[in-house]
Design a protein around this ligand. Structure first.
Ligand SMILES: [Zn+2]
Length: 376
């Protein structure tokens, strides 16, 4: 009888331990901190799952969906995991792995099998994540809040950019004047580090501009330009982010801004950009496309509302200067220097100040939204 009780007792302990190890929340201890995070698990069809919205704030990770082909990307500790919805398979590096249970989309949330967090993460990212008891011990995740912004006044030096018809104003001067005012506002009022690709009238190749941003580990890249059209009527504001696709309209602007390569950069530069283009844009901008879109939209809305300029929309185009930027990147066309009224406004320091102010408001909104997502 005594023996039986003991057996039942031990058996119960084993069952409870097994059950709790299978269905318990996952404790995540960040090295150097005292209180562990608790990743809540939920049973779906009898399997333990974790909502990615619970994972992301702890690991400062990011999720991206490509609904058209059922792909889900998880960016964590600078690495990429590619999942196929409703399958247990994922790709990491060049290898494929099986989680046993599928990744799911339920109630517009993305659910990862808990076994991925408990076992696969520490195996794939063993230098950053290790198992500790039934939970994990992890390195401090990279702080991805917006701290450094690179402003890029387009053109400069021997490349004047577009030139006005009435006042002969040069695009390069307007871009620089607005960028300088914007830089001062961002530093003073948002407390971020702001670097400028050129702070005087000098020529700089397109490649050197993004390299500057990458080398300085910028969190955002904002290229500032002034538009031009063959007719005099064209007017208004456009904000772009990178894409290889585009409308014929945006292709015209793309040709205009990419022209610098042919006209002013050294021979062979274009082939160099083209050869690198797809590799670079694929590697660097895909991860940031959604954020680039958000950034472009927030800046554009504020610009249009604050200047009452004609809204020509947020667009996608394949700008050389945005390719290869390892961060959310946009290109702003402040207005048409080829239009008499707009040229007059663009050279006016008060109007330049308003342009800077409205771009500032857009960047501020983006930072607040982005930092909250990353650092809760
Ligand atoms: Zn330009």
């Amino acid at each position: 009888m005594l023996m039986n009780n003991k057996v039942i007792f031990v058996f119960t302990i084993i069952i409870v331990a097994l059950y709790s190890s299978l269905f318990a929340d996952i404790s995540v201890q960040i090295r150097g901190t005292t209180r562990p995070h608790n990743l809540r698990t939920q049973s779906i069809d009898g399997i333990d799952y974790v909502d990615t919205e619970v994972i992301n704030p702890v690991f400062k990770s990011m999720l991206k969906h490509e609904y058209s082909d059922n792909k889900v990307f998880l960016y964590i500790y600078g690495e990429q995991f590619l999942f196929l919805l409703d399958t247990p398979y994922y790709t990491f590096g060049n290898n494929h792995y099986n989680m046993q249970y599928p990744i799911l989309l339920r109630q517009s949330k993305t659910w990862l099998p808990a076994v991925f967090i408990r076992e696969h993460l520490p195996q794939r990212l063993s230098d950053k994540i290790s198992r500790s008891g039934s939970g994990l011990q992890v390195d401090v995740p990279p702080d991805r809040s917006v701290q450094t912004i690179v402003l890029d006044p387009g053109h400069g030096g021997r490349d004047p950019g577009a030139v006005g018809r009435t006042l002969r104003a040069k695009e390069k001067d307007i871009n620089l004047a607005v960028a300088r005012q914007l830089k001062a506002m961002l530093e003073r009022e948002l407390g971020v580090r702001v670097l400028i690709t050129r702070d005087n009238d000098e020529f700089m190749s397109l490649g050197a501009r993004t390299r500057f941003a990458n080398d300085n580990r910028a969190d955002l890249f904002v290229s500032i330009h002034t538009n031009s059209s063959t007719g005099r009527a064209g007017n208004g504001i456009e904000t772009y982010y990178l894409s290889t696709a585009g409308t014929s309209d945006s292709r015209a602007v793309e040709a205009l801004e990419n022209n610098v390569v042919e006209l002013y950069e050294e021979a062979g530069a274009r082939q160099q950009y083209d050869a690198l283009a797809f590799i670079l844009s694929d590697l660097s901008q895909t991860e940031h496309l959604e954020n680039s879109n958000t950034l472009a939209t927030l800046v554009h809305q504020n610009l249009v509302a604050g200047t009452r300029g004609q809204d020509r929309g947020v667009r996608q185009a394949n700008f050389f200067v945005l390719r290869g930027a390892f961060m959310p990147a946009i290109l702003i066309e402040l207005g048409f220097i080829s239009n008499e009224d707009e040229e007059a406004k663009l050279v006016n320091p008060q109007y330049q100040n308003r342009l800077a102010r409205t771009i500032f408001e857009g960047l501020k909104r983006f930072k607040y939204r982005y930092d909250r997502i990353r650092n809760t």
